[in-house]
Design a protein around this ligand. Structure first.
Ligand code: SF4
Length: 230
């Protein structure tokens, strides 16, 4: 499949009963007062960005009132505000903010995906849900593979999902399993032997950014480093 076909298939995925209930419940009865008049997406979050990307950014999962509302990755919540400003500074994003369809936002050289595509309660997917969603990440990696130079994993769940999806595709993954950390980096090899860098960054969640565990400068450094060859 190509990217649009993959998105179409993903948009009707109903593999996780708990997340299916939650994404729809939030969309119908659980809306934040501020968004009471807005239509909610209420479906799996599609990837966003350049179909010919050389960098795949792997997030954790849509936020209930963020991507689950706007239908765009990292859009409509404070994690996204932090991330888009950095992506713009690094030259990947056309704009420093992302509001939703029709705002003119676009990514060049990067596509954003997630380890889990439906909003989980308390932002915590179960192990079974992470496993159920991994095949979608595998397909995205496979589609990107011919041009892929780097995968940026935000947080340990994104890191583990990327490693596991790469292994599932028969890519060479270092052993023992590389450990996640901010600016951690390993080289994976695609099935035809091409190197792909896997780079880690602390997640852009408010928990990390408000406490300054992740600062704009730390994220800038990781993003600028993505342009280096493997
Ligand atoms: Fe499907 Fe992934 Fe959503 Fe589960 S989390 S229902 S596997 S898209």
């Amino acid at each position: 499949p190509d990217v649009p076909e993959l998105q179409a298939r993903l948009s009707v995925c109903r593999a996780c009963p708990r997340l299916l209930r939650w994404r729809e419940e939030v969309a119908v009865t659980g809306r934040r007062a501020a968004f009471a008049d807005e239509p909610y997406w209420g479906r799996p979050g599609p990837s966003f960005g350049d179909p010919d990307a050389e960098v795949l950014l792997v997030g954790l999962a849509p936020a209930a009132n963020g991507t689950n509302r706007t239908g765009r990755m990292f859009t409509g919540d404070s994690s996204g505000d932090f991330l888009w400003a950095a992506l713009h500074r690094a030259g990947f994003a056309a704009l420093a903010t992302s509001v939703g369809a029709g705002d003119g936002q676009a990514l060049t050289g990067m596509r954003i995906v997630a380890a889990v595509r439906c909003a989980p309660p308390a932002n915590k997917p179960t192990g079974a849900e992470r496993a159920a969603c991994e095949p979608w990440l595998r397909r995205d990696l496979e589609l990107a593979a011919p041009r892929l130079r780097a995968v940026l994993a935000l947080g340990s769940i994104g890191w583990d999902a990327a490693l596991s999806a790469a292994r599932g595709l028969g890519w060479e993954v270092p052993r023992p399993k590389p450990r996640f950390g901010h600016a951690a980096e390993v080289v994976l090899r695609t099935a035809d032997g091409r190197p792909v860098r896997l780079v880690g960054s602390y997640h852009v969640s408010p928990h990390n950014t408000y406490t300054k565990r992740l600062t704009p400068e730390m994220l800038d450094e990781v993003l600028l480093g993505l342009r280096r060859p493997a």
